[in-house]
Design a protein around this ligand. Structure first.
Ligand code: IMP
Ligand code: MG
Length: 337
């Protein structure tokens, strides 16, 4: 069983929370975190919070092994720090061909005024390291002695697990409209961010995918430059309780109401089989912490059902608070569990 989780807007939709829930609930043998260190995924569980930039948020299930695929880019010091912070020694594995970001990439990116001022890059060195990868001079995980004990063949491992009927979770990063190809170019990140791109990153063919979950937040946020239709003022965002700060850079996130047109396109680009929607408690405060569909007020259920009709896709996971378990899971109702 292969499930891919991706973002449907501009990142920060709550993929970290959804993946951490799926880790606990579905108990995948492996969870694969794609992308790179510009993307911060937050987990809140049992009163503790983590902000992860390399490891999958499914780490909260202690039985799940955490993989880093060949298409990812990591920084060695950050990787070791996250293994410590999540207490994950012995269950983190990295592909031989994963790219390594060095301090020089971060320094080079920080000097790039175009990326800093026009694009609003997170300046973590990811784009510059990607340029080096394309120019065939980036060092890979296999070149680092300190990674020796963590190295495996990630595509081989995943495909073999799927052959055995085991489950694998894939955690995409950012969102459809930050995609290098499908986003609001040039205000985009340095990789493709749709489901098929993450399959390529991990080395699994499209026929092996069972579920593609596209995650939306109940409103839209975006950090950095680029278009954001119906953008609200900071005052208005605060008034609505939608004020947020970015987890990697600490910048204030720009805010807009839920955007149906973008959501439809994200469903199309990813061939979504399911939709997850997070933070509905920020639209309807009375839903906070609710875990049963039947306990949602009628008007909230109608809002979700109407959205489901518009997207022609079942809304199976509904986030009602920050904890990994603050979720309504309708997959059984839909015959998906
Ligand atoms: P870069 O990928 O760090 O160069 O940033 C390029 C653009 O993508 C900027 O607008 C960033 O704010 C945005 N971006 C990159 N990663 C993320 C993310 O994980 N969440 C939200 N925005 C991101
Ligand atoms: Mg984020």
């Amino acid at each position: 069983m292969l499930t891919v989780v991706v973002g449907g807007f501009f990142g920060d939709e709550g993929k970290g929370k959804i993946v951490s829930y799926l880790g606990l609930r579905d108990k995948p043998e492996y969870s694969v975190r794609c992308g790179s260190i510009n993307a911060g995924h937050t987990v809140v569980y049992n009163g503790r919070a983590w902000k992860l930039r390399i490891l999958s948020t499914a780490f909260i299930n202690r039985e799940t092994k955490l993989l880093i695929p060949p298409g990812a880019l990591v920084k060695v010091d950050l990787l070791f720090r996250e293994i410590e912070e999540t207490n994950s020694w012995g269950r983190v594995f990295i592909d031989w061909n994963t790219g390594i970001i060095e301090d020089q990439h971060v320094e080079r990116e920080r000097r790039d005024n175009y990326l800093a001022d026009r694009i609003g890059s997170t300046l973590q060195g990811v784009g510059v390291a990607m340029v080096d990868r394309v120019s065939r001079r980036l060092k890979l995980a296999r070149d680092y002695r300190e990674l020796k004990d963590l190295l495996i063949d990630v595509p081989g491992t995943i495909n073999e697990a799927l052959d055995r009927g085991s489950s694998v979770l894939v955690e995409g990063t950012q969102g459809a409209f930050l995609s290098l190809y499908h986003g609001t170019y040039p205000y985009v990140t340095s990789r493709d961010t749709i489901a098929s791109a993450f399959l390529s990153e991990i080395g699994v063919g499209p026929k092996r995918v069972d579920q593609v979950v596209v995650v939306f937040k109940a409103y839209v946020t975006r950090v950095g430059g680029g278009p954001l239709p119906n953008e609200l003022s900071i005052d208005e965002a605060m008034k609505r309780g939608w004020f947020e700060k970015a987890s990697v850079t600490g910048r204030v996130r720009r805010v807009a109401p839920f955007n149906l047109e973008l959501a439809r396109r994200a469903v199309m680009l990813n061939s979504a089989t399911q939709v997850a929607i997070t933070k509905i408690d920020k639209l309807y405060p009375e839903t906070r912490g609710v875990r049963e569909w039947s306990e949602l007020p009628g008007r909230v259920r109608r809002w979700i059902e109407d959205l489901e009709d518009q997207l022609k896709t079942p809304i199976t996971l509904i986030g009602t608070g920050e904890d990994s378990l603050h979720i309504i899971d309708r997959r059984r109702e839909y015959g998906l569990l």
